[in-house]
Design a protein around this ligand. Structure first.
Ligand code: KG4
Ligand code: ZN
Length: 364
């Protein structure tokens, strides 16, 4: 049994400035505090994250965020064993803010510095929340990521598929804009879809003819635009019925694509004959009840557990970064003050590079 470690985590790769403290071992860790300052309002008028605005907001907030995380945990920096920070992938200005802050703190205190891959943070969350044994299947679905990963070990992730263009969250956000619904688009499209008829508009299910785990969401967005334009009135307004039916049609198409591709990913994963077969999700889109429901049913049919960690740990946060850092530090790994920000940093360096780059910056 290794000794419990206390790790400060810092995250600033996209539009959330976050800091957290996690304590424990790789097998049993506890989140002592988790602070997230979201930038949603700052970007709301621009239809996406504006990198310069994000970077400035991170630089302004990050110190306060670290202070708040330590206060909430009832600790000071001297109680920590190491400082973990997202070193990529993400928007370069944001990642730099976090890395510079962590380096400053490490230089001032002499604490070890640990660079963490943001995607490893998401991918290891099922270990933090539920101590899920390896190997498990992970579906990351957010505004910036969409990929299937088989987590074999804390430092070995196999990417078996992903989006070749937009991420689903991005598509939800664009759909909301087309339908004059509020941002972030996911929750408002889901709300509008409740009362809608998902069958009224015939929307495509891209790439389902391909026997792999890759997905595409940009054509769906264009199809939605055409469907909208076929019913929009001379005043450029949509009736509530049209809005609901279009939202329901879009959500059903995304759900069908994610479910069909997850079924293929499960086929590949189950070949490994895992002792505790588990599909875990992460990312904001995992909050969608229609998608969750479909994945829950699919897993039940395949004798696989379905795990959706609590939403604050599914979306961007620093507790996952602290935990991923803890696993690196416990294994004797650390970085030094030459640690650099990596805007592109695939988790599986052996998988072919993915195309596309969404509103939230480079995809790994
Ligand atoms: O993980 P997240 O907070 O940030 C990153 O993208 O990294 O995910 C945010 C994304 C947004 O695009 C948002 O529209 C989407 O997740 N989202 C949803 C729902 N809630 C948030 N998409 C579909 N249904 C939802 N209920
Ligand atoms: Zn993320």
């Amino acid at each position: 049994m290794t000794r419990p470690l206390t790790i400060l985590g810092i995250e600033s790769s996209c539009d959330d400035t976050a800091a957290a403290v996690v304590r424990g071992t790789e097998e049993a860790a506890q989140v002592l505090s988790s602070i997230v300052f979201a930038q949603t309002d700052l970007h709301a008028d621009f239809g996406g994250v504006v990198p310069e605005i994000a970077a400035r907001a991170h630089a302004e907030k990050i110190d306060h965020c670290v202070e708040a995380a330590l206060t909430q945990a009832g600790l000071t920096l001297t109680d920590c064993d190491a400082i973990a920070v997202t070193a990529g992938p993400g928007l370069i200005g944001g990642v730099l803010s976090g890395v510079m802050c962590a380096k400053g703190l490490a230089a001032a205190t002499g604490l070890p510095l640990i660079g963490v891959n943001h995607l490893a943070g998401h991918a290891l969350t099922p270990r933090l929340t539920n101590a899920v044994p390896f190997p498990y299947l992970m579906l990351l679905v957010s505004g910036g990521h969409c990929q299937f990963l088989i987590a074999h070990a804390r430092d070995r992730f196999e990417r078996i598929g992903g989006t070749i263009d937009d991420a689903p969250g991005e598509a939800f956000d664009k759909t909301a804009r087309l339908l004059a619904l509020q941002q972030p688009g996911g929750p408002s499209v889901e709300r509008a879809a409740h009362a809608g008829d998902p069958k009224r508009f015939k929307l495509p299910r891209p790439l389902l003819d391909r026997d792999d785990c890759d997905m595409s969401f940009s054509g769906l967005k264009t199809a939605l635009l055409r469907a909208r334009d076929s019913v929009i009135g001379p005043e450029q307004t949509l009736t509530q019925r049209d809005q609901s039916d279009l939202a329901a049609g879009f959500q059903a198409a995304v759900t069908d694509v994610l479910t069909a591709k997850t079924a293929r990913a499960l086929d590949l994963y189950l070949l490994l004959q895992p002792t505790t077969p588990t599909l875990a999700v992460a990312g904001g889109v995992a909050a969608n009840m229609a998608i969750r429901g479909a994945l829950t049913d699919l897993c039940a049919q395949r004798g696989t557990a379905f795990l959706a960690p609590p939403l604050p740990l599914c979306t961007d946060n620093a507790a996952m970064i602290a935990y991923a850092g803890l696993t690196r530090f416990a294994a004797g790994e650390q970085d030094d003050l030459t640690l650099t920000a990596r805007p592109r940093w695939p988790l599986d360096e052996t998988a072919p590079a993915m195309l596309g780059s969404g509103k939230k910056g480079a995809k790994a």
